[in-house]
Design a binder for this molecule. Structure first.
Ligand SMILES: [Zn+2]
Length: 298
């Protein structure tokens, strides 16, 4: 067994070396699937750090802003404009491809419910979906996100209301042909099955659903076709690779000086991806994909 494993490692190193020759000739696409940027904090500076480390594309995901409180559905428009302006600022100062996800952040439902009652709160969240849908239809955003339900325990009523709003968004995603980025509690195979079930009721294919901040479950029988997006940490990536190559990497960088160290820094995905290509944890391909499993992963 030991000599076989040494042989596999040797093979892996040789493959990594020959593939490396390919991926250094063209710029390897390196994508952070979940990042937040705020103009009043690091903003463009964080995007430049991402680019300098080798990043090429990001999904800039909408997040609530203190200076644009959501008191009713109409307020989402102004909040989304802030995220879209941030995307433009990054595009005009870098060569990055900036994709945008827009949607009502799930935790906002709780404050809205407190302030205006459960039914009007749900209506406001649906208006937030509709406003995001307009931007997606007109090409300014590519996905709903991050939407879903609070990541901490809430009442069954709140979960059921959030699931209704989620199904509404998935119906809209089906019409638009776009993806849905989920913010929820940490998923188990059962919760993945539940997301796939809500998507199926909405007529949306499970592979249009991306679970942000996912546990490193990647086997099809665990994800039920949903795409996990996993924090760029080596232990998570190694665990994820054991199940299969079908997942995305993210930092969930929040660009908030009040919570330093709460999440990974903006350069983490390119920095780690390059290190993992060097060490053979990941193996590049001529198409630039880095999702091939190295045989040295144990
Ligand atoms: Zn986020």
């Amino acid at each position: 067994m030991r000599s076989e494993s040494r042989g596999r490692e040797g093979l892996s190193r040789r493959r990594a070396t020959s593939r490396r020759a390919v991926w250094t000739t063209a710029r390897t696409p390196i994508f952070d699937n979940h990042i937040h940027l705020r103009a009043e904090f690091q903003g463009v500076t964080a995007a430049k750090a991402f680019e300098q480390a080798g990043g090429t594309a990001m999904l800039l995901t909408h997040t609530p802003y203190d200076d644009v409180p959501i008191r009713r559905g109409d307020d989402f428009g102004m909040a989304y404009d802030k995220t879209l302006a941030m995307a433009d600022a990054v595009r005009s100062t870098t060569s990055l491809q900036v994709f945008v996800a827009l949607g009502p952040y799930p935790v906002e439902f709780l404050a809205l419910r407190e302030a205006i009652g459960p039914q009007p709160a749900m209506e406001a969240m649906r208006e937030g979906i509709d406003e995001a849908a307009r931007h997606i239809a007109e090409g300014r955003a590519i996905a709903f996100g991050e939407i879903g339900r609070p990541h901490f325990p809430v009442t069954a009523d709140a979960i059921s209301a959030c699931n209704d709003v989620l199904e509404y968004a998935m119906q809209s995603a089906k019409e638009l042909g776009c993806a849905v980025v989920l913010h929820t509690e940490d998923p188990t195979p059962q919760t993945f099955a539940e997301f796939a079930e809500i998507a199926s009721r909405a007529g949306l294919a499970a592979d249009r659903i991306v679970k942000h901040h996912s546990t490193p479950l990647t086997r099809p029988e665990d994800t039920h076709g949903v795409v996990p997006s996993i924090l760029a940490k080596e232990d998570l990536v190694k665990t994820a690779l054991r199940g299969g190559p079908r997942f995305l990497l993210e930092t969930d960088y929040i660009d908030d000086p009040r919570r330093p160290g709460a999440v990974l820094g903006p350069a983490t995905v390119p920095r780690k991806t390059r290190a993992w290509l060097e060490s053979g944890v990941l193996i590049g391909s001529p198409r630039g994909a880095v999702h091939e499993i190295s045989t040295s992963v144990t």
